[in-house]
Design a protein. Structure first.
Lengths: 201, 701
């Protein structure tokens, strides 16, 4: 009954007014997009139905991103879950005019140096995908289930610091959402505050 | 990569300093207002952060990205440190996002309390590890271990000639409680309106208002905040973000470039104000016809689950089971006949209501049950239905056997009539969403009103129409059999209980005498039906049958004479409940003027939802205790009988029926917080929890 009421309220609010700023919320379908990765291969979200998809907002120059790569945390997650058939899309929405921008060849170099293993690393130069998802920070993580529904949106874990040592003791929300959902359980934490540097749109 | 390594080394391998520490793009230092400290006397220190030009550090809520500066104290034994006393931040736009922080130098004050046992003459070292994020286009994390040595003296502390003054100034500029203004906040969809009204005529104008929420995710940080004058009040509109959820309080800082006038120093004040949610129940003025229709349809569907509709619904379902395994087309026609019955009855009730209202009568939804006559007739109707289900008598060919039912030509009128009946008993129940939709309907043109009522009727009929049109669902229904007879007899009991409820309603309207008259009438009705049932059937001779029918008619007429209710307003029994004050406009005004919060329960004896809420929520121990703790004045507006004042009060809340629950926060002008039609304890207690802080903000000074 309560759930029904909430659904109805959500429905009527949708009628009452449209949100100007799209932000991907858990329970809603993820906005479709096509991104060309740094090797020139296109990735279309709607073609990935039937698979879990992780979206990771990335900026190699951001200390919070560096925290998760210096510690090997992000590469570990990428390796572990792509091994289980999850599609991991790392997206850099940095504006080409910003000092943090790294072009395709430099990005490929970073990917190799940092031993990154996402399914693909893509540049979202006009920031359209980032803004469609309401990506605010790097990192900002989204998990999409095989039906195309967002099941997690938010920070990578519960320790909003730049201290590498915190990675070990933090609760990783992305891993939790994937593990729970892969084993048929509901996602216990479907959203959390994203933390990190602002996305350089 | 090399820069990264360097940065991390720097960040995590700090050394002790008593002087300013230079880090990339930021100078940091721990300073004290006094050179000496006195045992047991609190004193102020500050973390001073001075970033390079155009670089910034962050407030406690950093906004869309960033990280609040943090201090970890390592103090000598017995020392206690308070929280950071954050000065008002600035909005730092980084389109399409925004952060809250400090461009330029900032002093983060903290109060420290030394132990009373401290030995004068000693020098103590205050140590702290500070962590921050400093950003311009890019962000650099930093941290430093800082130290400030202070001497313990027994006398009055010796102020630091420089920092003593600077820190005192910084303290004066800290956000203060709201004073001289009363604040109220309402939310409609994604628009939050913060209304500030001067408590006295001062002529002070608030300029360049900005709101900073205490928590992230409450508002769209980068969205423009617009300020508007409304009479002597100022309204600041900010855009809500998803994180606001069903929050009942909006807390944060309001900063006005102009200052706040009166005794308030600085530009920032703290506010924590109850949030009146109008998102789920849009106010009548703002609601569109489309929304009202959608709400009405949803309300109609939910109406089927309301306690007053349940018995009739049970009978209808039984009817569908009877017919489910026969002709599909017939079943569909039954579904449509039922829907038509619902629709026509809603039109009739709504048409009558609109006609009466246009004639100036102060009526609202459920008005028909304010009439003792209609209550009595409904009670008799339910009683007859129940006796029929119990098997006291059978009517015509209709109930000759379940096998024959599908071939029964009169079955359609039966479905039509049960549609009518379901509506008649459903009308007193205001389901969720119906309240707002009906409130809207009754303020609009006749055409719009009828559209809303039509949507309500279609919503109520929708589950049955869907059921009869879906072969899959129909196949799931169990096969007819002997169990149906048992179930039919069992279903008589909810109907008897409905009669009990209606008798109670009548008791509230007419007292014991009226109730007893109706009870006597019911006995006569039972006798009439017994006579009819006993001497009906193929084996009964014509003369006996005629005699029995004549007797039944005489008994039924005498039942009507005995039970016919008198004037409802004559024998009024006031509710004997000391906690609740009866409603009158004067009583409400007086209660509001007292400054205490006020809770108004709009209820009626014939409204089952109201009674359920009363028993399960309002009159339970924890809720009553909650009311007591917050010194809430309780007012009960009993709408069992017609009452123009209550109808008007409901109209002001945008409602036309009961239940309705309004919580006034104890500020003269504040809009009330409307609670949902189906209450839970948590909702009431949550709304009560939202009260006290607002009182501190507006009353304590």
């Amino acid at each position: 009954m309560k759930r029904l009421t909430q659904l109805l309220i959500a429905g009527t609010m949708g009628l009452a007014g449209t949100l100007a700023l799209a932000a991907a919320a858990p329970g809603q379908p993820g906005t479709d997009f096509t991104l060309t990765d740094i090797s020139g291969k296109p990735h279309k979200l709607s073609d990935l139905r039937g698979k879990y998809v992780v979206l990771e907002w990335f900026n190699s120059e951001c200390p919070f991103v560096q925290k998760h790569y210096e510690s090997g945390n992000m590469q570990g997650l990428q390796r572990q879950y792509t091994g289980k058939g999850v599609v991991w899309l790392t997206i850099n929405s940095t504006n080409p005019s910003h000092s943090n921008f790294r072009d395709e060849s430099r990005s490929a170099q970073i990917e190799k140096e940092w031993k990154m293993t996402p399914t693909a690393l893509s540049l979202d130069k006009d920031g359209k995908v980032g803004q469609a998802y309401g990506a605010r920070t790097t990192p900002h993580m989204f998990v999409i289930d095989p039906k195309g529904t967002v099941i997690y949106a938010g920070g990578i874990d519960d320790k909003a610091t730049f201290n590498q040592a915190d990675v070990k003791t933090a609760k990783n929300y992305v891993a939790a959402a994937l593990d729970e959902s892969l084993s048929g359980k509901p996602v216990s934490t479907a959203s959390a505050r994203p933390y990190g540097c602002s996305v350089k749109y | 990569m090399r820069t990264l390594g360097f940065l991390l080394c720097f960040a995590f391998a700090p050394t002790l300093h008593a002087a300013p520490v230079q880090t990339p793009h930021l100078e940091v230092e721990l300073v004290s207002a006094a050179r000496t400290i006195e045992p047991g006397k609190p004193f102020t220190v500050a973390l001073r952060l001075r970033p390079d030009e155009h670089w910034h550090t962050y407030w406690k809520n950093p906004g869309d990205s960033g990280m609040a500066t943090a201090i970890q104290w390592s103090l000598p034994a017995g020392f206690a440190a308070g929280p950071i006393e954050w000065p008002a931040p600035q909005r730092i736009p980084i389109p399409p996002l925004a952060n809250f922080g400090y461009e330029g130098e900032v002093l983060l004050l903290t109060q420290l309390r030394p132990p009373a046992t401290l030995e004068p003459g000693r020098t103590v070292a205050l140590r702290a590890n500070a962590e921050w994020l400093v950003c311009k286009d890019i962000c650099l994390p930093g941290s430093a271990a800082l130290e400030a040595p202070l001497r313990v003296a027994s006398g009055v502390p010796e102020a630091d000639p420089h920092w003593g003054i600077v820190l005192a100034e910084a303290r004066r500029a800290l956000p203060q409680p709201l004073d001289g203004w009363s604040a109220s906040v309402s939310q409609s969809g994604t628009s939050i309106a913060i209304r500030l009204r001067p408590e006295r005529e001062t002529g002070h104008e608030l300029r360049k208002l900005v709101f900073f929420p205490d928590e992230d995710g409450i508002i769209e940080n980068a969205a423009e905040q617009t300020q508007q004058r409304d009479g002597d009040a100022v309204v600041l509109r900010v855009k809500a973000a998803g994180g606001i959820g069903s929050r009942t309080v909006l807390a944060g800082l309001l900063v006005a470039d102009s200052g706040w006038g009166g005794a308030t120093r600085g530009t920032a004040v703290q506010v924590s104000v109850p949030l009146v949610q109008t998102a789920a129940m849009p106010s009548p003025a703002r609601m569109t016809l489309l929304v009202a229709i959608a709400l009405a349809f949803a309300g109609g569907v939910i109406l089927n689950l309301m306690p007053c509709v349940f018995p009739v619904v049970s009978i209808k379902l039984l009817g569908f089971v009877e017919q489910a395994h026969g002709d599909q087309r017939r079943l569909r026609l039954h579904g449509l006949a039922f829907a038509l019955g619902v629709l026509l009855c809603f039109w009739a009730v709504a048409g009558a209501l609109l006609t009466l209202r246009s004639g100036g009568a102060a009526l609202g939804w459920g008005y028909q049950l304010q009439s003792p006559l209609i209550v009595s007739m409904l009670a008799a109707l339910f009683f007859v239905l129940a006796l029929n289900l119990s098997g006291l008598f059978e009517l015509g060919t209709r109930v000759q056997g379940f096998a024959g039912a599908a071939n029964n030509r009169h079955g359609y009128s039966g479905s039509f009539l049960s549609g009518l009946l379901a509506t008649v008993v459903a009308t007193p129940c205001t389901a969720p969403f119906m309240g707002a939709a009906l409130g809207y309907a009754l303020t609009q043109s006749v055409l719009s009103s009828m559209l809303v009522f039509t949507a309500l009727a279609l919503g109520m009929a929708a589950p049955y129409v869907v059921l009869t049109f879906s072969p899959t669902l129909v196949r799931r229904l169990p096969r007819p059999g002997r169990w149906m007879e048992t179930l039919k007899q069992l279903l008589a009991f909810p109907l008897y209980l409905t009669v009990v409820w209606l008798l109670w309603v009548l008791g509230k309207q007419q007292g014991v005498d009226g109730t007893v008259r109706l009870l006597a009438g019911l006995v006569l009705i039972a006798a009439a039906l017994w006579a009819y049932g006993r001497w009906t059937g193929p084996s009964i001779r014509g003369r006996s049958r005629m005699f029995a029918r004549a007797a039944a008619i005489v008994l039924a007429v005498s039942a009507a004479i005995v039970a016919w209710p008198g004037d409802g307003t004559r024998s009024r029994i006031p509710e004997p409940d000391a906690r609740w004050q009866p409603f009158s406009p004067a009583a409400l005004r007086e209660a509001q003027a007292s400054g205490d919060p006020v809770f108004v329960d709009f209820t009626a004896a014939w409204c089952v939802t109201c009674q359920v809420n009363k028993k399960l929520v309002l009159e339970t121990e924890p809720v009553l205790r909650g009311f007591e703790q917050k010194q809430v004045r309780l007012i009960r507006a009993d709408w069992t009988r017609r009452d123009a004042d209550i109808t008007a009060a409901l109209a002001r809340l945008g409602r036309s029926g009961v239940p309705a629950y309004a919580l006034y926060a104890g500020q003269a002008d504040a809009a009330p917080h409307l609670l949902p039609e189906i209450l839970t304890r948590d909702q009431v207690l949550g709304a009560l929890d939202a009260l006290p802080r607002s009182l501190d903000a507006t009353r304590s000074r």
